[in-house]
Every structure is written in C-alpha cells, then in structure tokens.
Design a protein around this ligand. Structure first.
Ligand code: PHE
Ligand code: ZN
Length: 871
C-alpha cells in the first residue's frame, strides 16, 4: 500500500503562473547515459506577489543554478525530487541551470529517451520536467532556441522551428541550432538525434508559400513513408479549404520511432509518431493501418492550429485541443473516405471505448474537475466524446455559424492558452445563441438514455412523438440534469419509401428535434401513411436510444433507410436482440432465419458500396454486447454470437462464396477507399464463412492466405484460420513468422492474432508467448499487441471462469509499472468494469484490483486508476 496518499489537483484551484519564461536557450550535449542540458531563461515575475520561484524538475541531477551570472549557493535554492525552489528571486532576471540526465535508462518513455539507438523526446503532458527545471504547465509560453551537440554518428539533430546553423565540431562531433519563432508551452518541445533516412517533398500553400516536408524514418524505410506524406499533403490542403488554416513555418517534419507510449505527438513543426502509425506499404500494412495513418497524420497536423497556436490554459482543458482535433480529423476522413462509412466506424469506436468507460467506475466528464496524474486522462471520453460534443454544436447552430465561431476562436485566441468556456463563448457570439445549457455536456459524465415513443393518428395524419431523457449516476455525480440533445428524425412508409411530413407548416424529409428538458412531445403533421420512424440519424448525439420500434420496423429501415447510418444501426439492433436472447437462454430461431434472409438481401443491393456491406456483415462485437447484458456473461455471449454467425454462414454460403471469388483484387493495389472497401467485404465474407463448421472452409482460408498479395489479405486469411483453429492455423502461424520475423510491425500482428484467438487453449498460448524471444514488454507496441489485445478483444478467454486471465493481466500491470507507469495504467481499464459482470467473475476481477492497489511502490498512475476502479 502507498504510504503517501497522493493529493489530487483540482480545476477550482487554478492560479496563473507565478513566473513566466519569455525566452529560453537550451543546449544539449547528447550522451546516452549522461546528457548535459543547459538552460538560459529570461524569467519574469507574473503579477504583484512575493512568492518563491518553484520550477518542476524530476529525475534530474543538478549541476548548477545561477541568477544573472551568479551561481546560487545551497542556502539560496532548494532542490528536492520534484521542485527547484528559489525563495528570493528578483522580478526579472536570467536564470541559468545545468542538469544531467540518463536517456538510455529511461524506459518510461517520457522526457528524453532512446529508441532504436536514437535520441527522442516525449513531453506531453509533463515530460519536460524530466529534461530540465521548468514551470511545466501549458500556460507558460516561451520562445525556444535549441542547440544540440552530439557524436557524428547521430547525423540528424532536429528540434522545433527553423534550422539556424549546423556544422562539425572537434572530436568527431556535430552541432545544430534550431529556433522556433512561435512561443509555445514546453509540452510541445521536441528533439531528435540519430541516423535516419528522410523522405522529402514540398507543398505550395494557399498564399503561394512553399513548405518543405520531411519524414524521417529508420534507415531503409523511406519508401514506407510515402503514404504518410501523401496524407500529410492532403491534410494541409484540406485544412485550408475546410477551415481557412494555412501552415505557418517553412518546414514541417515528422519522425517515426518504434518505442512510443501513445499514437503520435503534435510538437510544433516536428511531429513524432509511433512507427506503427506512419510506416506502410501494401506488403506489410493492412488497409486498416493505411486508414489510421491517414487520420493520425491529419490529426497531428491539425493540432498546429488547434493545440499549438491555441493551446490549453491547464490540463483540465485537454478536450479543448483533443476533442476539437478529433472532430477535425473525423471530418477529414469522412471527406476522404465517405461520410456514412466513416460515421459508422467512428460510432463503433465510441461505443466500444467511451460508452464502456461511462458505464464503469472510471466515468468522468469531457472536462474533468480533478486528477492525480493527467496521463490517465487521455481517454475516449476526452477524445471521442469530446469530438461528439463539437459535432452536436455544429448540428445545433448550423454549419455557417459553426465556421464563423471557429474563425472567431482563431482570431481571438491565436497565440494564447485558453479554456473551454472561451471556446464556447465564440460560438455563442457567432450564432447569437445562448449556449449556457449546452455547456453541461462538458461537465456532466455518463451516457444519456433517450426513449422514444410514437403514436400515429391516421385521421389527423399526425405523428405524435414523445421523447424523454435520463442519465444514470456516475462516480461523484449522483444526480443528473437534462442536456440539450439534437435528435435527427426522418420517416419512411411501410414499403421503405421516404415519407415527407410537415413541421411548423413546412414540408420536409428530415428534421432535428432538440430535446432540452427531461421530456418533450412533438407532433409531425402531413404524415399520409403509417410511418416507420428513423430516429437519431447519423447518430446525431452520443446517447443510447431506446425506441418502441418493433422488429418489423427495423427490417424496413435495414432494407431502405436513406440514412446509411441508421440502415446499419437497424441491422445491429436486430442482431443484438437475437444474440442476447440466445445468451439469456431464449433463442429465437425464426427471428434468426429472418435476419439471415434480410442480410442476404442487403448484400445483393447493387447500389450499396462494398465498404458499407462489409460493416453490415459484421455482428456487434462481444464487448459491445456485454454492455447490453446485465450481468454480463462473456462466455454465454460468445457462444450465442457464434451461433448466429454459424447460421448466417450456412444460410448465406453461396452469396458469401460468390463475394469471396468475385471480389479478388485484379491489377495493382491501391490503398484508396474503393480498393479497401472491396478487400474489406471479401475478408468479411471469409470471416463469416469460417463460422461454417464444414471442413472445406479451412482449405478456402488456407488458399486465401497463401494467395494473398498484400498484408490485408494475408491477415484476412490468418484471421480466418485462427477462427477455424487446429493444424491449418498452426501452419499459417509458422509460415507467417518465418516470412516476417525481421519486420517488427508485422510481428506485432502475429502476436495480436494469437491474442484474439477465442479457443480454449488460447490463454495458455498467450502466457507462453510472453517468454517468446520476440516478445519485449519494454516496447509498448509489442506489449499492446499481446496483452492489451488479449484483455480487451478476447472476452471469452480473458473472462475465463478460473480467473487466470485476470491474474495474467494483473501480473503484467505490476511488472510493467516498475518501468513504464503510463502503459501499465492503460491496462487497468479491462478490469474496471467488474461490477457489470456476473458476481463470480466480478469478485475475481475485484480481487486482482485489490492485489494491485496493495502492492508496495506502485506508481501514481496505476494507484489512481486501480483505486478509482475499486471505489
Ligand atoms: N497529444 C497527442 C495527440 O495528438 C497524444 C499524446 C498524449 C501523445 C500524451 C503522447 C503523450 O493526441
Ligand atoms: Zn491529439
């Protein structure tokens, strides 16, 4: 047990910084075990106060501290493990410090560390304090000049901004000096030093400036950066067109590193990426990888305006940059790949991660009000729900007022650190609307449940709708208030044709009803025929909708809703109900047949895109189903879902085989949406065919794998073999490993496919794989591929009734916490939902959480999440 109970940081306690640093010169003498960092800072007292100077500093070995050229004695400053304190600092002065750090032994991967023999940094959220003494908070904005010196072997020496000077030094050393003209918080600082290959390109901006673009990668990997480069150029042009935002430096750099805690980082002018989100070619990356690379490259680039030029006042405002930037990258991806398909994928991810978070002990508002470790708040709620809130804002005030509000925000806050209140104020002013109630979306946690009841009055040609909302309590928020919820509604008739109606005397096909109280009654008139209601079109709000629609209505929507999101959703709802009924011991065989037939009809719809059909074919995921079953029984869910898959596979075998043969890639591979969509449908057909227990399916899957001309199809084949199991899977695994053992990103996939294996023997295999020579728990990608995939995407085996799955995860968390607390903490999520499971499983999960919190020497990160999960 921790003896020092860590103290939470609260939004209500925010105070402006006591000292500001306007200007800094940093000098790095890079050495793997003993890097020297000198900082020369122009410091200024902020406001009229007599407080001591307190700069953060962790894991630093202090060498010297001087003010205006005079070295301070021990009595004039104190240094403990967390702060440098100078009691009697002048009002304006030059502070010079020198410290020593050990990048090579930094396995937490924040601050300055080494990956693949190269120096690199990660400073968000609080890593800069592990590099030098600094007021490490986002509202201190400084102009940085950085001099880097290193052995010649570290050929590329990079930092933010523009290269001012570089050259050779005596003793086989080199130097480079960088200057970033834009004041920035220290979390956006970056430095890279090492031998790298570079892919170069140029982009002409909307005002005719030429920007140099460079992507730095491991030697030999430059061709694999071509897709990221293409995505970068498209992102830059899109931001000009969609938001009027132009890039502001003459150089934009991205560096890919293999050891990285998260996805990627938006450091000003020098983005650093996890190599898994940057490197791709058809042979080694799947279409899903290409798609993610496109969206993450865009995301980090978009941060240049929403994050870098306008940043957060404090970390409670994290959604100000993250939710907004996710909204921007989702809009970009929708323009690149199709709105409906993108929306479905975004909502699937939201439900899988954010809805689960909201239903558990770690539920928190989009803008939280207290934390122990900010690293723990890079969550689906802040990112994905944060994006949903902005999407609703746009729906509520309309696209023109939304754009005007964004313009006002950029104009008013450029160069500043600000708050969510100020952001929303821009939209209130631009739209002339009072957005006070809307703000509750930022402060209230939980997923609202909206119920919809409808009654058709044939004589009056009127449809009466009654909507109500209620949000279940979440930790620390026992009572909830109503939120303004935009519900987009359209009508079909019983034959699936769009039915016009009237609202406020106007004839329309679709309307947005804003439910802003606990309940509302709305009447739509001019409804000529008995309607089928298509509600919450496009998933217009992040809520759970429960409507009184009957299965027959859902079949009408599945067959013909012009809103493709709701067409897909109708299929999911039908499937969810059938699977849960079976899991609860009341299978509906007739309903299952009917569903299979309807899916068959949807598959033969010539007008629908393959990418959309691929989504239609996939049943709701097991974690998604677990959210809908109380208490959740993952074993029963798995069995029931497999039973429905088998029925579909048997019922649709001819269609599926036809799709599988007919959709073979002819000609050259293209990673674009159309090509990816065809491969997605073909692989989805194979995945479903694998549920058919007949033996020749193993041959089809093995043939698919053997003939694969790209990684998407190779993984499609291996995945099908995994589902079939037995000798063909073993052969596939051996072949795959031999072929790809020198490609770390591909071997991650090899670990992951075994971690997803739902068969009885999988847990033993996963435990065994932690001893495989290629397993390296210090590399976050490898650890996630095995451990996180198992815990989050293999519920049938993770929730083994013996508790062995939970024990395995807890062992991993405790082992990893000793060197990388951020990554260890991210694994706790999978145990967090213990109250939702059957009492037997819940007790075993809880026991592992208790074992974790009672462990000596736990990090703050893991302590915070494990103890909140138990509360
Ligand atoms: N700010 C990064 C992003 O774009 C995420 C990140 C957070 C990366 C913390 C590293 C560390 O979303
Ligand atoms: Zn981001």
């Amino acid at each position: 047990m921790r003896t020092d109970t860590p103290q939470p940081i609260r939004l209500a306690d925010y105070r402006p910084p006591a000292f500001l640093v306007d200007e800094v010169n940093l000098t790095f003498d890079l050495q793997p075990n003993a890097t020297r960092v000198k900082a020369r800072m122009q410091v200024r007292r902020n406001g009229d106060h007599a407080e001591a100077l307190r700069f953060n500093g962790e894991r630093l070995k202090p060498i010297s501290v001087a003010i205006d050229g005079r070295t301070l004695g021990e009595a004039e400053r104190t240094i403990d493990g967390e702060f440098l304190v100078i009691p009697d600092a002048p009002d304006a002065f030059v502070l010079e410090t020198e410290v020593e750090i050990d990048p090579e032994n930094n396995k937490a991967l924040d601050g300055l560390y080494m990956s693949g023999g190269r120096f690199c940094t990660q400073c968000e959220a609080e890593g800069f304090r592990k590099i030098t003494f600094w007021p490490d908070r986002p509202d201190v904005l400084s102009r940085f000049t950085v001099r880097i010196e290193a052995d010649k072997a570290f050929r590329h020496l990079l930092s933010n901004g523009n290269l001012v000077q570089s050259g050779d030094l005596p003793g086989g050393r080199r130097f480079a000096v960088w200057n970033d003209p834009f004041p920035k918080p220290c979390y956006l600082f970056a430095l890279v030093g090492g031998e790298l290959d570079v892919l170069e390109d140029k982009l002409v901006t909307m005002t005719g400036r030429t920007v140099d673009l460079r992507i730095y990668v491991d030697p030999g990997m430059a061709p694999r950066a071509a897709y990221a480069m293409d995505a970068l150029k498209r992102s830059m042009t899109w931001d000009e067109e969609a938001f009027g935002r132009e890039y502001d430096l003459d150089l934009f750099m991205i560096v890919a590193v293999r050891d990285f805690n998260f996805g990627a980082m938006e450091n000003k002018g020098l983005n650093i990426f996890n190599s898994s989100l940057l490197l791709a070619d058809p042979a080694t990356a799947t279409d899903m990888d290409f798609e993610r690379i496109e969206s993450v490259v865009a995301h980090e680039y978009f941060h240049n305006w929403t994050g870098d030029r306008i940043t957060c006042r404090d970390w409670f405002q994290l959604c100000l940059k993250e939710g907004l930037t996710v909204f921007r990258d989702q809009s970009f991806s929708a323009d690149m790949r199709g709105h409906a398909v993108q929306r479905i994928k975004d909502v699937k991810a939201l439900r899988a991660r954010q809805f689960a978070e909201d239903q558990g002990p770690l539920a928190h508002p989009v803008r939280p009000s207290s934390y122990l470790k900010i690293d723990n708040f890079y969550t689906a709620t802040i990112y994905e729900k944060g994006a949903e809130v902005i999407r609703m804002l746009k729906t509520l005030i309309g696209p023109d007022a939304f754009r005007a509000g964004m313009d006002l925000y950029f104009e008013r806050w450029d160069g500043h650190a600000t708050t969510v209140e100020e952001f929303i104020r821009c939209f209130a002013e631009a739209s002339g609307r009072d957005l006070t109630d809307f703000f509750a979306w930022y402060e209230q946690a939980g997923t609202p449940k909206v119920t919809l009841a409808s009654r058709y009055d044939e004589a009056a040609r009127a449809l009466h709708l009654e909507l109500t909302q209620a949000t279940p309590p979440t930790p620390g928020q026992p009572t909830k208030r109503p939120l303004p919820i935009p519900v987009t509604v359209g009508l079909l008739d019983q034959d699936g044709r769009t039915q016009a109606f009237e609202r406020d005397g106007k004839a329309i096909d679709e309307t947005v009803i804003v439910l802003d109280g606990a309940s509302a009654k709305i009447t739509l008139t001019g409804v000529d025929r008995p309607p089928v209601v298509s509600a919450l079109r496009g998933f217009s709000a992040p809520v759970r909708l429960e409507s009184d629609a009957e299965p027959k209505d859902r079949y009408v929507l599945l067959a013909g809703d012009p809103d493709l999101f709701n067409r897909w959703e109708a299929g999911q709802e039908l499937a969810r109900a059938l699977i849960l009924a079976r899991a609860e011991g009341r299978p509906d065989e007739v309903g299952e047949e009917r569903y299979a037939e309807a899916v068959g009809r949807a598959l033969s719809d010539q007008a629908a895109e393959p990418a959309f059909k691929a989504l239609l074919l996939a049943l709701p995921s097991e974690p998604d189903l677990a959210l809908a079953m109380r208490p959740a029984d993952p074993g029963a869910i798995h069995e029931a879902r497999e039973a429905l898959r088998e029925r579909l596979a048997v019922h649709l075998q001819h269609e599926l085989r036809r799709l599988h043969t007919g959709l073979q890639d002819l000609g050259e591979f293209s990673p674009d949406a159309a090509g990816a969509g065809r491969r997605a449908l073909r692989n989805a057909a194979l995945e479903l065919l694998a549920a058919n227990p007949r033996s020749e399916i193993a041959e089809v899957a093995a043939g698919h794998y053997a003939a694969a001309a790209n990684m998407t199809d190779a993984m499609g084949g291996l995945n099908a073999l995994m589902l079939i199991g037995g000798e063909p899977f073993e052969q596939g695994l051996t072949d795959f490993y031999e072929r790809w053992k020198s490609e770390p990103l591909v071997i991650d996939k090899w670990f992951a496919v075994q971690a997803r294996d739902p068969s009885e023997t999988a847990l033993g295999r996963v435990i065994g794989l932690t001893a495989h020579p290629a397993f390296d728990a210090k590399n976050p990608n490898r650890l996630r591929a095995l451990v996180s995939t198992f815990a989050n995407f293999n519920p049938a085996r993770f929730h083994d009734p013996s508790g062995a799955g939970y024990r395995f995860l807890a062992d991993q968390i405790l082992a990893v916490d000793r060197y990388n607390p951020m990554i260890a903490a991210r694994l706790i999520d999978a145990l967090g939902g213990w109250r939702r499971y059957t009492p037997e499983l819940g007790a075993l999960m809880k026991a592992e959480l208790q074992r974790i919190v009672s462990t000596e020497g736990l990090s703050k990160n893991v302590f915070e999440l494990a103890s909140r999960a138990l509360a």
